[in-house]
Design a protein. Sequence first.
Length: 502
Amino acid sequence: MMDMLSHLASGFDTALTLQNIMFCFIGVLLGTAIGVLPGLGPLATIAMLLPMTYALEPVSALIMLSGIYYGAQYGGSTTAILVNLPGESGSVVTCLDGHQMARKGRAGSALAIAALGSFFAGTVGTLLIAGFSPYLSRIAMSFGPAEYFSLMVLGLVAAVVLASGGLLKAIAMILVGLLLGTVGTDVTSGVQRFTFGSFELVDGLEFVALAMGLFAFSDIIGNAAGKDEERKLVTDNVGGLWPSREEFRLSWKPVLRGTALGSFLGLLPGGGATLSSFASYMIEKKISKTPERFGTGAPEGVAAPEAANNAGAQSSFIPMLTLGIPGNGVMAMMIGAMMIHDIVPGPQVMTANADLFWGLVASMWIGNLMLVVINLPLIGIWVRFLKIPYSMLYPAIVIFSMIGLYTVQNRISAIYMGAGFAVAGYILNRLKCEPAPLLLGFILGPMMEEYLRRAMLLSRGDPSVFVTRPLSAAMLFLTAILLFTIVSPFVRKKRKEVFVED
């Protein structure tokens, strides 16, 4: 306990520097803004800002990018409550009861419940990272190549099971990502693979171009292709920003349950904010003595999913920081940002980059505190922000993104590559194929290949090493169980129910 407190103290020393406070504020402010604006998610925004992180200190870059992620969970609730449009995917279910509360003149109360529940969940999530990560990191230090390979296989299969959308499409996306990860020069043999004689592909596909094309540019194309939505605010005068005693009584238990559920689901690959919010809403409705109130303005329908999505967002950092395994698309982006700064993700981060790790953890609590201030007293600014038409935003975003993409390596080919992935991402979205599993496969593919080769080299070509080592065998056993769930009709039915709005 004393070690954790001393580490947190050093983390606050790092996070409370003027530079890091500024980037934390920029991150949560941007996160709130893109959460408020429907159509611009944290994945696309982080992809656009990746080139900017080259010029920043690693800890400042990660503090800003993580602030965007959990800040978007807060901002998304504002749009969901006031406009009945989810600004972020984790806020979809908040629309059901949050907007109904606003229609009844309780918009301020709904916003306060969402903000306070998110702050509590964010605080718990930060404490979990601080308390749980060192133990998981020590376990991971005992991993060999066989264990890491089995862990990554488990992570990819779990991402398939928990991803929204069709299972076959999720599997296809992961396989495509694994194939794209093989493009370039094989570091072991020096053989060029799938370069088709192109000099630009010798070093592999540019991560920033792929991420920006698949998420940022494709989102812009998709949103620009549609019409500007007529966003009708319930009221420009939100009113009192504090729940009544009865609303508080109805909300505090759902906040606790949502926090616990989100903290657990965030640890799972493919879990995170979206799955947590859907699952918590479903549970609250199932256990309620008056389920008919849900969808008509029940405070529990706001408190539980908002706490769950923020807890899920925070706890998803744990496997990324301690094991180097991204649980979702945003965590894959974070790993990409670490690689940009030559930081190898995994358990060694806590020892080799202790200031970065604990500074990031401390900044999460500071950022959550900032978000309460940003989301409640400044609600009038976000109301006006909602009235900005998309047609004015997109040209500036595209120009900024292209400049950033070019400056990564000062090559025009990066822009062409980003444009190609933008078209591919738009087509995938039209086909209802979620591109996030593709990004997971792209990030984990080269790492899996490297650990597979190391394990086979150490075992002198004996593949039984993966089942004779206890930890590796246990993870492969869990993988087999998850594969069984994929083909189980009962589990597939339940999986669909979680992502369906009642």
